[in-house]
Design a protein around this ligand. Structure first.
Ligand SMILES: NC(=O)c1ccc[n+]([C@@H]2O[C@H](COP(=O)([O-])OP(=O)(O)OC[C@H]3O[C@@H](n4cnc5c(N)ncnc54)[C@H](O)[C@@H]3O)[C@@H](O)[C@H]2O)c1
Length: 437
């Protein structure tokens, strides 16, 4: 196997996983990040965020001298007498107020790579970006690249999911390479050679669109089943059975058909908005995506509707929130449904207690005016209602009779259809879940 020197810029959820996994595949990798504190944490062998299985792999590859960290892109591109043949861009592309993606970090990193590169460099965009970003990166590099060092810009979107990122990276469903020449394709094929996954080679624009279209389609599936859950609630049908019956159809498939209080996180909401925005710029009104977002926004309202249905007036009521991260097995709170729900509850005069198995430290930075419970039982203490927002496996193991005894009013709202309705009701809870009788 031919190994490469690789620089990965951006050491967040995607960049760090990419860097660690590429080192695990045998390449020599420098992970760069502009955040000095993050780089210091990484150099000390610690993790700046929670991702199962990542830390031991990181420590192993640092020890094997295949992985190191830096704050400067120049150092990452030219590490001690060597030259990176591949530079990944894995920085954030957050949403701007109008829904478009903020690509200023991508531009800044592209320019820094252009200044630092000395030999043919494959510049790989791994961040999720709107179509035609590759052309802009190419233009930026050309402008800065005064010495005319040869390079090619490639789109290689990342499909990993937080919480299972290491396994997703090493065992993906597919690897998409949006290239302009066989030369760059060859390099990227060498980089991914140890991974047994189909490789789809496309042009750059198609690769960029594959990522936006995939995330938008998955979000559409979630909103579709959430809309179906509203009909189920209205007629007393069970959305889990409806989803099961749909999912058995091979043309539909069972994944992403779990009704609940909707999607959040750093990807789906912003990628939907960005896809909608770029389509509009190009003259197409992708109205379906608006409906997907509107259904998702509406699905948060389920919590307030259920609390009002059980407790009547909201002011002065006490509600416990179980689960803050946008999904289990991550501490990521970006665009987490919990934050919107807590905000809405507080604006209605509800006192809120919160618990999460891993994101309490991060939550203390972003949540004010709530009680941070020491465990799930403390969260239930004195509550008029308990809302399960994130389906952490430990919540399935709760001693529910104890929870029942601790609550002022045993109302359990399951926003993820995670618990068994009959078992919970048998314990004396008033139990409500999404689209299930
Ligand atoms: N998080 C996911 O599950 C996921 C999955 C697939 C794709 N993506 C996409 O990957 C990209 C990165 O997402 P993330 O979740 O890893 O973000 P993140 O915020 O966790 O990480 C981005 C990192 O880039 C660093 N950075 C920003 N500007 C920089 C610069 N000029 N130089 C060096 N470092 C810089 C930041 O300090 C940060 O550590 C986004 O486009 C996202 O949409 C994310």
């Amino acid at each position: 196997m031919k190994t490469h020197d690789i620089c990965v810029v951006g050491s967040g959820y995607v960049g760090l996983v990419t860097g660690v996994c590429l080192a695990e595949l045998g390449h020599r990798v420098v992970c760069v990040d502009a955040d000095r504190r993050k780089v210091k944490t990484l150099k000390n062998g610690k993790m700046p965020f929670h991702e199962p299985g990542l830390q031991p792999l990181m420590v192993k590859n640092v020890k094997a001298k295949r992985l190191s960290f830096a704050t400067s892109i120049a150092e990452g591109i030219n590490p001690k007498g060597r030259r990176a043949s591949v530079a990944f861009i894995a920085v954030g592309t957050p949403p701007r107020a109008d829904g478009s993606a903020d690509l200023s970090s991508v531009e800044a990193v592209a320019a820094d790579i252009a200044r630092a590169m000395k030999d043919f460099t494959v510049i790989v965009d791994k961040s999720t970006v709107p179509v035609e970003t590759g052309a802009w990166v190419d233009k930026t590099v050309r402008r800065v690249n005064k010495r005319a060092v040869p390079f090619e810009v490639v789109s290689n979107p990342e499909f990993l999911a937080e919480g299972s990122a290491v396994s997703d990276f090493l065992h993906p469903d597919r690897i998409v390479l949006g290239v302009s020449s066989p030369r760059a394709e060859k390099v990227l094929r060498e980089v991914y050679a140890p991974i047994a996954a189909p490789i789809l080679v496309t042009d750059v624009k198609s690769a960029e669109l594959i990522k936006h279209a995939s995330n938008s389609f998955l979000a559409t599936k979630i909103s579709f089943i959430n809309a179906v859950s509203r009909v189920c609630e209205a007629v007393g049908a069970d959305v889990t059975l409806v989803a099961k019956g749909m999912g058995l159809d091979k043309r539909i498939g069972p994944s992403f058909l779990r009704a609940g209080i909707g999607f959040g996180g750093f990807c789906f909401p912003k990628d939907l908005e960005a896809f909608r925005w770029i389509a509009k710029q190009k003259g197409y009104d992708f109205a379906l995506l608006d409906a997907v977002t509107a259904i998702n926004d509406g699905s948060r309202g389920w919590v307030l509707r259920q609390i009002e249905a059980e407790l009547w007036n909201l002011p002065g009521k006490k509600v416990g929130i179980l689960g803050l991260s946008f999904k289990p097995h991550t501490d990521d709170l970006r665009f987490a449904p919990s934050l919107e729900i807590i905000k809405a509850l507080k604006s209605h005069g509800v006192s809120v207690a919160v618990h999460d198995p891993v994101s309490m430290t991060k939550a203390k930075d972003v949540l004010k005016g709530v009680r941070f419970a020491k465990d799930a039982y403390d969260c239930a203490k004195g509550a008029d209602a308990l809302v399960l927002v994130t389906e952490w496996p430990e919540y399935k193991e709760l001693d529910l009779p104890r929870v029942h005894r601790l609550m002022a009013n045993p109302v359990l709202l399951d926003g993820r259809n995670f618990l068994d309705p009959a078992a919970v009701r048998k314990l004396g809870f008033v139990y409500r879940s999404v689209g299930r009788p």
